[in-house]
Design a protein around this ligand. Structure first.
Ligand SMILES: [Zn+2]
Length: 84
């Protein structure tokens, strides 16, 4: 197993169909609040992947925001501001 994988865990499905994902799995998948995920149902399983746009400079999926026409992570937004 590589460092980016985690073991499966059981989570409850709410009466409204909601599922709360374990925060460590969210962190591993670089899924953050305000982001998007793509969910596929396939052969009795749900497959979920991070669908947020990556930072266009470094590829990070963490805390990416649109600045003008570019998607940038927090670190690169800070670098961009310091160059102005
Ligand atoms: Zn970046």
């Amino acid at each position: 197993m590589t460092g980016s994988q985690t073991l499966g865990v059981l989570v409850d499905v709410g009466s409204d169909g909601s599922i709360v994902l374990p925060s460590d799995m969210m962190t591993t998948a670089q899924i953050t609040a305000g982001g998007q995920v793509e969910v596929l149902a396939q052969h009795g399983a749900l497959i979920m992947r991070n669908a947020s746009p990556p930072c266009e400079l470094c590829g990070s999926l963490v805390d990416v925001q649109k600045v003008g026409t570019y998607y940038l992570c927090a670190a690169d937004r800070t670098l961009l501001k310091s160059d102005l």
